[in-house]
Design a protein around this ligand. Sequence first.
Ligand code: SF4
Length: 118
Amino acid sequence: MVGIEEYQIGEIQEDGSLKIYPFYYDVKSRDPTEYEECRKCKLLPVCMGGCPMESIRKNGHPNGPGCDINKYVWKEGLKFYLMRRYPNIFSKESLIKNLGRIPDKNEGMWDFTLPTRR
Ligand code: SF4
């Protein structure tokens, strides 16, 4: 983690090689399926447990949910992705051409609500 010695994952040596520090393995071994909050979350596996630094900030260690802003803007991100990936279907021009208007954000077309996990 940049700027925090305690959470350094490695160091680039003079010869270009990487000296890996133990915290690297802590971060790489994170498994969001072990976190209760992530197991119940609709964003798993897309999010994959979020940011380890955010987990440290919230939980005091890297092995926990590291929800960041993605949890709150994922619908907008998905819309943006679809509009970029499938412009023939989801561009503003296509929506206006096919529907005569851009759907209201509360309409079904933009409602990407997923079923709740059990
Ligand atoms: S948004 Fe938060 S709770 Fe959901 S998978 Fe990501 S880290 Fe876990």
